[in-house]
Design a protein around this ligand. Structure first.
Ligand SMILES: Cc1cc2nc3c(=O)[nH]c(=O)nc-3n(C[C@H](O)[C@H](O)[C@H](O)COP(=O)(O)OP(=O)(O)OC[C@H]3O[C@@H](n4cnc5c(N)ncnc54)[C@H](O)[C@@H]3O)c2cc1C
Length: 543
């Protein structure tokens, strides 16, 4: 008898759920389909469905392989310095799938309404399979608007960054964080000295984090005589020779996203071109930062979705105490609560993506909604993944399941591109400096005005606390997380009331608006229609 083949003599796999693989991640995700269509991405449904099959097939299989085979730095060859990183073919293939699908390029090549939504959904689908690969795809997408501040450079590089052919496409990374500061980039010590060529500088210094250090170019912050400025640093010069002053020092040994190479790098006279105005580095790179913050929200919503799919699938196929887990009342409460959180995250992520269709929507809402969503959706991801992991019991703790990797990957988006406190303070600062962003945000929330008294009352309270704009007062800073959380919750509530089925909206309102959140999952009040909520979220594989 050959090993691994089930024959009539062998006992069946006692109540062990079948693996959740080889299924269409998009077609089995009703909340995502609805959100894409509602946010202007209906024209992309076919592309999303085709990519959903790839993401749930090939990519879902490659993700764990890439994770188990992290990249290795090859910095020396006898007599020669190398700055090469060896990747497992599974990583290269995942990257190829993302480029081909248009994740770095779609909205810039085809800037129609809903383009950022369709592209955001593509990113979510791939992130469900492998979170780390989203990073270089996201940074390349995000670099484009920053680069456009220097039209000549943009003309030279955009063509390469937006190339949908993985064989010829270029990727762009970002290097801001230094040893002494990631949040406080104004403390950057990397120096930029001018050369005889106008706009061309040489950089000397280091960066403590620089992900995907084999990208073709990086946007880098450095101090020039005019102040902190933004530069494009190519890894290879126009004649094809390496930009010798760029060195990879080591790769980080990370908690999660282990397939993604994140490096410490040094610059010793690395050649770079000024992007935007000298001394305006933060203002220039902020366009990139905001687009990657959007992607942190999308990536976190994707991890939540994957966790919910695994948990609901497991509970449907596993019994305890004589009943399938999915029919046990307390498990229903836990699962439905997870589903509600995941749907709220997906809704918010898609609405935020739509607000990046900047040709079609003024920027005020986006300016406030970006830090609000980044703060809350990323913050909720790890607790949700932990609870979903527990739904699988002991299996959830074992690497054969997807859950340990999801858990290791889940805190990253809350740290990257502004950790929780920094983002909450950003909400405060934006509210104080640009009061029109608060009005735009509350106007969006107000689209559900009169639909539910609980939301109306919560919005009234928020208006009261937001009238005082003293963002720099220490008491306002002390309370900033609470404010960011409340803003996120009322926006999610408004979106759910307007777009989700009534049972989902009601479950959200009754557990997150009428009572304080922050408790364990499984706190939906009596009367919530848990079976309907779970059924909406559970992937249903053909037998
Ligand atoms: C896997 C990974 C990949 C990364 N890739 C890149 C990359 O490609 N390019 C890049 O430039 N960076 C990258 N980073 C760096 C990341 O963006 C920074 O780690 C992050 O911005 C935080 O900066 P820091 O580590 O210096 O922490 P710090 O700035 O020292 O912050 C430490 C803590 O203090 C809090 N804090 C800071 N200021 C305040 C304040 N005023 N009030 C209250 N609390 C405060 C922060 O919220 C945080 O919790 C990466 C990080 C990781 C983990």
């Amino acid at each position: 008898m050959s090993r691994g083949v089930l024959t009539p003599d062998q006992p069946p796999a006692l109540d062990q759920p079948p693996p959740l693989q080889d299924y269409n991640l998009f077609e089995h995700d009703l909340p995502l389909q609805e959100a894409v269509a509602d946010e202007g991405g209906e024209w992309g449904l076919e592309h999303l469905s085709a990519f959903g099959a790839i993401a749930g097939g090939q990519a879902l299989r490659l993700g764990p392989i890439a994770d188990r085979n992290p990249p290795v730095l090859r910095s020396r060859h006898p007599g020669q310095r190398l700055d090469e990183v060896e990747f497992h073919p599974a990583w290269t293939e995942l990257l190829r799938l993302g480029i081909e699908a248009g994740i770095p390029s779609l909205p810039w090549r085809d800037p129609r309404a809903g383009a950022h939504v369709v592209r955001g959904a593509l990113l979510m689908l791939l992130s469900e399979a492998e979170a780390g690969v989203a990073c270089p795809l996201s940074m390349t997408y995000a670099a484009v608007p920053a680069l456009r501040r220097s039209p000549e450079l943009a003309a030279e590089w955009e063509r390469r960054f937006l190339d949908p052919d993985p064989k010829t496409a270029a990727l762009c990374g970002m290097a801001m964080t230094e040893r002494q500061g990631g949040s406080d980039v104004r403390s950057n010590t990397t120096r930029a000295g001018p050369t005889a060529d106008e706009g061309v500088f040489v950089l000397t210094g280091h960066k403590w984090f620089c992900s995907h250090p084999v990208s073709e170019a990086f946007l880098v912050l450095a101090q020039s005589s005019g102040g902190l400025s933004c530069f494009l640093l190519p890894r290879f010069l126009p004649d094809g020779s390496p930009n010798e002053g760029f060195r990879i020092v080591r790769l980080k040994d990370k908690l999660g996203t282990r397939a993604l190479a994140s490096a410490e790098v040094e610059f010793e006279g690395a050649v770079a071109s000024l992007v935007g105005e000298e001394g305006q580095g933060v203002r220039t790179i902020i366009d990139m930062v905001n687009h990657t913050r959007l992607d942190c929200v999308l990536g976190s919503a994707a991890l939540m979705r994957r966790a919910v799919a695994e948990a609901t699938h497991h509970a449907a196929h596993r019994a305890a105490f004589g009943k399938p887990l999915i029919d046990q009342p307390l498990m229903q409460n836990v699962l439905a609560d997870l589903c509600v959180e995941s749907e709220a995250a997906t809704r918010l992520a898609m609405r935020l993506a739509h607000s990046y269709d900047s040709d079609f929507e003024p920027p005020e809402f986006r300016r406030m909604a970006t830090p609000v969503a980044k703060y809350w959706v990323c913050k909720r991801t790890t607790p949700l993944v932990v609870e979903a992991l527990e739904c699988l019991g002991g299996n959830g703790f074992v690497e054969d399941s997807a859950m340990p990797r999801l858990l290791r990957d889940s805190p990253l988006n809350s740290i990257w591109e502004g950790s929780g406190n920094v983002i909450a303070l950003d909400v405060l600062r934006t509210a104080s400096k640009e009061p029109e962003t608060v009005e735009a945000f509350l106007a969006e929330v107000g689209l559900a005005g009169g639909m539910d008294q609980r939301l109306d009352a919560a919005v009234k309270k928020i208006r009261e606390v937001m009238t005082d704009g003293a963002a720099d007062s220490s008491s306002a800073q002390y309370m900033a997380r609470g404010l960011a959380e409340r803003l996120a919750l009322v926006l999610q509530a408004s979106l759910m009331l307007r777009h989700s089925p009534p049972e989902v909206g009601d479950a959200f309102l009754s557990s997150r608006i009428s009572q304080a959140s922050g408790k364990a999952f499984g706190i939906l009040p009596m009367g919530a229609d848990c079976p309907a909520i779970i059924d909406r979220h559970r992937p249903k594989l053909a037998a």
